[in-house]
Design a protein around this ligand. Structure first.
Ligand SMILES: [Zn+2]
Length: 253
């Protein structure tokens, strides 16, 4: 977004509500956007709080695509879960996103995600395009809801990003630990790798979806819109790796 016109056009395109405070702040928000500072459609209106119980939007509500610093309430629930003691990433390097998406039943939901501020604008752009295409994302909840247990999150087919953890079966920090990787619909796009000579498919129960010659809902391949958008924004896809296949995974260096 290079100018105020395109910023307003974005609002109008998504039929977003513009409160008086937002109008007043639009100029400063625009410059904040360009400087990769804190911003957010709702954050500007002071509405960056959670909607944990019912995150389904009513038909009359406008979609939400916002970026804000991590609110205190969210940061405190991340403690000891996705944000572990000694984590070598600063809170200020991370952002809290709220993202409207269609679920498997065609209902609009507002998801939540923590990611690195370096990719926050990319992530919003990608998920705006996915929203326009009604691309199904079964759920998008903070992984803290699963006690930051990646296996549990994957089993729930939960799309997520930041989690301060190592790569499964290794001592290396994952790109998720920097908030630079996103796993999309992971149950149907499993992680297939070799551990102590054995082929492992994670999460448990996802083996039928390791056969990529089949067609099924949520499948990511090189014809898939999510794949195309992430690649366009400079991410790489785990499904292209040689030694293992992580079909759910997109990351950026
Ligand atoms: Zn991943």
């Amino acid at each position: 977004m290079k100018n105020i016109t395109s910023f307003i056009a974005l609002y109008l395109f998504f039929n977003l509500p513009i409160c008086a405070a937002c109008v007043a702040q639009m100029g400063s928000t625009l410059s904040a956007l360009q400087q990769d500072e804190t911003w957010g459609v709702n954050a500007n209106c002071g509405e960056a709080e959670r909607r944990p119980e019912n995150n389904t939007l009513e038909a009359s509500e406008a979609p939400v695509f916002s970026i804000s610093v991590i609110p205190d309430s969210i940061f405190s629930l991340m403690q000891g879960k996705s944000y572990k003691k000694g984590a070598r990433i600063m809170r200020d390097d991370l952002r809290y996103l709220r993202i409207s998406h269609y679920d498997a039943n065609g209902r609009v939901r507002v998801g939540e995600m923590i990611c690195n501020k370096a990719i926050a604008n990319d992530v919003i752009s990608i998920f705006q395009e996915l929203y326009k295409a009604k691309y199904p994302i079964e759920r998008m909840e903070l992984i803290d809801k699963y006690d930051a247990d990646d296996e549990m999150s994957m089993r729930a087919n939960n799309t997520s990003c930041f989690n301060y953890r190592v790569v499964e079966g290794t001592t290396s920090l994952s790109a998720h630990a920097r908030g630079m990787a996103i796993d999309v619909n992971p149950f149907y796009n499993p992680y297939v790798h070799t551990l102590k000579g054995k082929r492992v498919i994670a999460p448990e129960g996802s083996a039928p979806y390791a056969d990529r010659s089949k067609n099924f809902k949520y499948k990511i391949d090189t014809n898939d819109l999510a794949y195309k958008l992430f690649i366009k924004h400079g991410f790489r896809w785990g499904g292209s790796w040689r030694s293992s296949k992580d079909y759910q995974h997109f990351d950026k260096k």
